[in-house]
Design a protein around this ligand. Structure first.
Ligand SMILES: C=C(O[C@@H]1C=C(C(=O)O)C=C[C@H]1O)C(=O)O
Length: 188
């Protein structure tokens, strides 16, 4: 699905934003409800649409030092950064960036390195030990990379809100950031 019509930003996109606890922001009930969705976003988007698809924008390994910060409690040298667009009925709804630490011991948890167009949520939400922690939200309106991405899809320039959280799975941790694109159900 080629939807972009304009200069594409370089990946990974910057997630530079003022991350806040959700209790500290004043938002519409609708947007808040999507931002704090505790279950799979994939599953919820599928319930709103006839056709759901994942387009992988980029998957690359980066040095953990650039991404680890205070997110992960594990030591890892490299992080796989997966960036996708989630489409509902051919409309780009969500930009997602996931950080998947590369463990030396391959048996660490479920394999998230060969997802392709399979939604990450369809895999991780099958893990009985899954827990979501450190949910934070941010306004991406001032984020140049996300603005370039929305322009590349010819989407209107309007406030962009996103969330990030750390998932603890069996044997591993991942961080997932999701930004609701203009026209997403979260803003309707
Ligand atoms: C974590 C989930 O997986 C979704 C799918 C993703 C992917 O395929 O890379 C990334 C983030 C999510 O929007 C979910 O469904 O909640």
């Amino acid at each position: 699905m080629i939807y972009s019509s304009g200069p594409l930003p370089t990946y990974p996109l910057s997630l530079q934003a003022q991350w806040q606890d959700v209790e500290r922001v004043f938002l519409s009930a609708q947007l808040l409800d999507w931002l704090v969705e505790p279950n799979s976003l994939t599953r919820r988007l599928k319930s709103f649409s006839q056709q759901f698809a994942v387009e992988v924008l980029s998957e690359r390994l980066v040095d953990a030092a650039a991404y680890q910060g205070d997110i992960f409690t594990c030591d890892t040298q490299q992080v796989r950064v997966r960036e996708v667009i989630l489409f509902c009925d051919n409309h780009p709804m969500v930009y997602a960036q996931s950080w998947i630490p590369c463990y030396e011991r391959a048996e660490q948890g479920v394999d998230l390195t060969h997802l392709g167009a399979r939604p990450l949520g369809e895999v991780i939400f099958q893990d009985p030990q899954l827990s979501r922690q450190q949910l934070q939200v941010a306004d991406f309106s001032a984020n140049a990379d996300l603005q370039a991405l929305t322009q590349s899809f010819n989407l209107p320039n309007q406030p962009l809100w996103g969330r990030r959280s750390r998932f603890n799975l069996t044997g591993q941790q991942i961080m997932v950031c999701e930004v609701f694109l203009p026209g997403a159900y979260a803003y309707l």
